[in-house]
Design a binder for this molecule. Structure first.
Ligand code: ADP
Ligand code: NI
Length: 206
């Protein structure tokens, strides 16, 4: 079996039962987006980038106990048909993908940049909306409060709608590639239209 297929099977089992929006389907979407961006940007490390996309959330402290899982992830990577230096680079790249890790730009290789872009795109658009509300429910926060819809008063309200303003609408500025930027802009427009409609429905209108 190819490195990619073995890794797809591995993450399928690894993320079984996740309800925080970091499930197997998220990994497959990030993998597809990374493949597309990688081709458009003429990335010369296509296989490495796609493997990193599949594995990018395997060592995220929000989802797993990292210390417990690190040996399992290394043991898996060690079974892949890659040079030792690539195995090490793959293992070291995984924790650098996450938005919350906030790793300085100079420590990011091209593959990490592409996977970061793919991961951030999956937080936008219709899927991004669904994931924000799913994550909010998982964390026990409200859908929204009235202030979230007040253009003069919205802010950090610890609701899923306020997360759109606090983080999601700022994601396009953090992207590394033009290909990702184009997809992100379309998705942000869709989210703005969604919030406009939601603001009207919030007041019982329409
Ligand atoms: P990363 O895994 O890159 O650190 P996050 O785990 O912060 O990114 O985000 C994963 C998903 O959860 C995204 O779709 C994001 O919008 C959503 N999410 C994260 N924090 C919140 C929050 N406070 N409210 C609603 N959604 C959130
Ligand atoms: Ni992710």
């Amino acid at each position: 079996m190819s490195n990619i297929n073995v890794t797809i099977n591995f993450v399928h089992e690894y993320f079984e039962g996740d309800h925080s929006g970091h499930d197997f389907d998220h990994m497959m979407r990030v993998y597809s987006l990374a493949k597309e961006i990688s081709k458009k940007e003429h990335d010369s490390h296509f296989e490495f980038t796609t493997l990193l996309a599949l594995l990018h959330d395997t060592l995220d402290h929000k989802i797993v106990n990292i210390e417990e899982k690190r040996p399992e992830i290394w043991a898996f990577i060690d079974t892949l048909s890659l040079a030792d230096s690539e195995k090490e680079m793959l293992f070291e790249s995984i924790p650098k993908v996450s938005y919350s890790a906030n790793v300085p730009l100079k420590e990011l290789n091209d593959s990490i940049k592409i996977v970061q872009d793919a991961d951030r795109i999956d937080a936008l658009g219709a899927i991004g909306i669904a994931r924000a509300f799913a994550y909010g429910g998982y964390r026990g926060q409200k859908i929204a409060i009235s202030k979230d819809f007040d253009p003069d008063d919205y802010g950090e309200n610890q609701t899923s709608v306020s997360h759109f303003y606090e983080k999601l609408f700022k994601l396009p500025e953090t992207l590394h590639t033009d290909s990702a930027m184009r997809i992100a802009q379309k998705r942000v427009h869709f989210m703005q239209a969604f919030l406009k409609q939601m603001a009207e429905e919030w007041q019982g209108l329409k």
